[in-house]
Design a protein around this ligand. Sequence first.
Ligand code: CU
Length: 421
Amino acid sequence: MSDPRANDRGLSRRALLAGATGLGAWVLLPDGSSTAGQPIGSRLLAAAAPNPSASMHLAATDGWVCMPDDAPKIPPFWPDAMAPDGANLYVFGFRDVTGFTDAQVTAQRGKAQISAPLLAFDQETDIKITLTNLGLSIRPDLTDGHTVHWHGFRNAIPLFDGVPELSISVPIGRSFTYFYRPHDPGTYMYHCHFEDVEHVQMGMTGVVFVRPAQNKGTATVQPGKYVYNDGDGSTRYDREFAFMMTEIWAEAHYRDAHIQTTDWTDYKPTFYALNGRSYPDTLEPAGDPMSDAAGRLRYQPISSLVTANTGEKVLLRVANLGYQYHALTADGIDLTVVGKDAALLRSRDGSAEFLVTNTVVIGPGESRDIIFTAPDPGTYLLYSRDLASTTNGGGARRGGQMTEIRVSAPGTLPAQTKPNA
Ligand SMILES: [Cu+2]
């Protein structure tokens, strides 16, 4: 395996030029102009100098996770008898291996997680994401590549868009560094785009969002937490929680593990998930994929429990990378949709077009930014309206895309330091 840090350093001007020139004679610059007729890269990189930077390292591989054990069995598909103790479903996925040594990265082969790591960046940050393809431990015969596709993101350079037909995919044992400079705040999602119907279903999906420059404060807005550059503070919030909504078709996962093919037109999900977990697992605290003591949700590390103090503004960043529509509802709580598909809901004359509702419909590949004011102390359900998506495999107990909003008296919880916590 190549050294991902070397690869990171290797995103030199020359490498960038080689990549860009290989794909066409000009590129569109972030300011809307193009480099036609100019030496490619000179303006692009000169402009990068003053921006803050962020870099991270993701690994792509396969692994095993644990869906709720009391769901009706579907022999031989689920639970999968080949699964190691404490697991029951085969998946593909990403892991955050930022700062790991080569040996540590390689050791994560066969230890994928769902959903993918939650990514958050500030607007106008120069971002490098190195992807290492560790291969599939259970299917060494499958020589699939993997990519990172930042869905809905306007990429200046197709090379970094992660659509293998239009740029490249990362072969097994190799690393590639993607570069982004986000100009548009909002909630996005990312996924592998290689054999995407299969790899997305297998678990290679995660939420990525961009915080607005307005958070630093402007002439009209105090420094704080905002969803967008609204100019008037109307998207301010106190706490944020991101949800990746997906469906899991256990039969297809079994067939991938057991060297069989799937007819995707037979699609019939078994589990419905928030951040890779089905209720009541959604309520459990965050897991740690590196900890042997983390228990059965070790490789489904993202909690979906919403907590707040009465009166606080709570932001829900919801993305859907399933293949079906979902409708999220919270009984007795007004939900204000302030953003859709990483765009502030605002009319041409600048007036707000926020939608106040108690049910938010989200299509596949779409995202919503939803703010509500935490009501009186108590526990409130947040769930998908469709009955099938609030069971586990059609079982009698409540399950699927359901979680709780637990509200405490004012001043009880300290300020939130990271999303979904
Ligand atoms: Cu993939």
